[in-house]
Design a protein. Structure first.
Length: 196
C-alpha cells in the first residue's frame, strides 16, 4: 500500500505548477518536481501514475481557479463590455503567469497524452471552454445585438477572436502588459460597437 504523506499532494501540485510553468511540459522531469517539493520521485507515484497525470492535475486546479474567477465576474452587474474585459483580463494575467502551462495544454493539447484519464480531462475542459465562449458571445450580443444577425455568424467566433488575442499577446509582446490590456479593451470596444 502506498505511503500517504499529509500535505504532499498539495505541495506536488504547487511545485508542479511552478516548474511546468517555467520549463513547459517537455522539459520538466518528475525529479525536478520532487526536488522542489522536498520528496522523492517514488512518492510522486503514490499520487500520480505518470508525468502526464501530474501535469493534468496541475492544469485542472489552475483551470478550476480560473473558472471561479470568471463566474464571479459574470455575477457582477457591470455592463457587458466591462464583463468581457474583466474576463479577458483574468485570462490574460493567468496566461502570463502560467505561460508554460497554458501553452503546453492549449497549444499542444492533452490529446497528445494517449491515456483514458488524460483524454477524459481534455474533453471536460474543451466543454468548459465552449460554455465560456457561449457566455462571452452572449455578452457581445447584449452589447451589440446586430452581431447576432451578421451573415455567417456562428456561436463562438467573437469570443474566439478575443481569446486568441488574450493568449497570443503575452507571447508576442512580453513585458507589455499595460499596452496588451489596453489593446484587448479596444478590441472589445470595436467588436461591441453599436454602429456595425
Amino acid at each position: 500500500m502506498p505511503k500517504i504523506i499529509p500535505g504532499l499532494q498539495d505541495s506536488l501540485l504547487l511545485h508542479g505548477r511552478r516548474i511546468f510553468s517555467e520549463k513547459g511540459y517537455t522539459h520538466t522531469e518528475l525529479r525536478d518536481v520532487a526536488a522542489s517539493a522536498g520528496t522523492s520521485v517514488g512518492n510522486i507515484y503514490n499520487y500520480y501514475r505518470s508525468k502526464p497525470h501530474l501535469f493534468l492535475a496541475v492544469v485542472e486546479v489552475w483551470h478550476g481557479e480560473l473558472s471561479i474567477q470568471i463566474e464571479e465576474i459574470l455575477a457582477q452587474t457591470w455592463e457587458p463590455e466591462e464583463k468581457l474585459f474583466r474576463i479577458a483580463e483574468v485570462q490574460y494575467l493567468q496566461a502570463n503567469t502560467v505561460h508554460g502551462l497554458w501553452k503546453e495544454f492549449f497549444m499542444e493539447g492533452a490529446k497528445a497524452f494517449k491515456d483514458e484519464v488524460c483524454l477524459s480531462l481534455w474533453g471536460k475542459m474543451e466543454e468548459q471552454v465552449k460554455l465560456l465562449q457561449l457566455k462571452m458571445d452572449e455578452l457581445f450580443f447584449q452589447a451589440n445585438p446586430a452581431l447576432s444577425n451578421m451573415p455567417g455568424e456562428s456561436s463562438g467566433r467573437w469570443s474566439s477572436v478575443l481569446l486568441t488575442s488574450v493568449f497570443h499577446l503575452p507571447m508576442k509582446y512580453p513585458k507589455e502588459d499595460e499596452e496588451n490590456l489596453q489593446f484587448i479593451r479596444n478590441l472589445i470596444a470595436v467588436i461591441a460597437r453599436k454602429s456595425m
